[in-house]
Design a protein around this ligand. Structure first.
Ligand SMILES: [Zn+2]
Ligand SMILES: [Zn+2]
Length: 177
């Protein structure tokens, strides 16, 4: 699968939302506005929508890895929530009949969950998983602290010497973060 640049993917998201909005406008004579934010990271949330302010929050790392699949499922999934909320307010369950119908209307699979392989996302994108600190080994020189990876730390344990580029003093181990 060819990986697209994030800017290209974001404009594809915009195009998809526009297509959905027009389809809904035609049927319900109402333009659903949606503000798209790309501020989700981590492995637990693939997409989120907030009814207040009609905000759709997306995970740019999954977008990067899954591209069109993500756009055609998760993006539409969240948009469908906004439409259903507009039509029925809170009188329906989040993934109830009305939402499923809306998904089909928007030509997307009415599945509640998507099965993204988050391990692949972590490996192929630059997503950092919060639980794991990439540079957990703390060293110090005269002027500041340095954080090193376990790879470099084990070299240091085996006798490698490193000095600070700024003060030129040797750095020494203090402990883990
Ligand atoms: Zn949902
Ligand atoms: Zn220094």
């Amino acid at each position: 699968m060819k990986r697209l640049r994030i800017e290209t993917l974001k404009s594809k998201v915009d195009a998809k939302i526009k297509w959905c909005r027009e389809k809904v406008l035609e049927k319900y004579n109402h333009m659903i506005t949606a503000e798209i934010r790309y501020d989700l990271s981590g492995t637990s949330r693939t997409g989120v929508c907030k009814y207040k302010g009609n905000i759709i929050r997306l995970n740019p790392f999954i977008l990067k890895e899954y591209g069109d699949d993500y756009i055609n499922t998760t993006v539409v999934h969240e948009f469908a929530h906004l439409v259903v909320n507009y039509i029925y307010r809170y009188k329906t369950r989040p993934h109830g009949r009305e939402w499923k119908w809306m998904m089909r209307f928007l030509e997307a699979p009415p599945n509640r969950c998507s099965d993204y392989n988050m391990q692949t996302v972590i490996e192929n994108t630059s997503m950092k998983v919060r639980r794991k600190v990439a540079r957990p080994y703390l060293y110090k020189c005269v002027c500041r602290e340095h954080q090193l990876t376990s790879n470099i730390h084990s070299k240091m344990v085996r006798g490698q010497r490193r000095s600070c580029l700024k003060c030129r003093q040797r750095i020494t181990y203090i402990g883990m973060i």
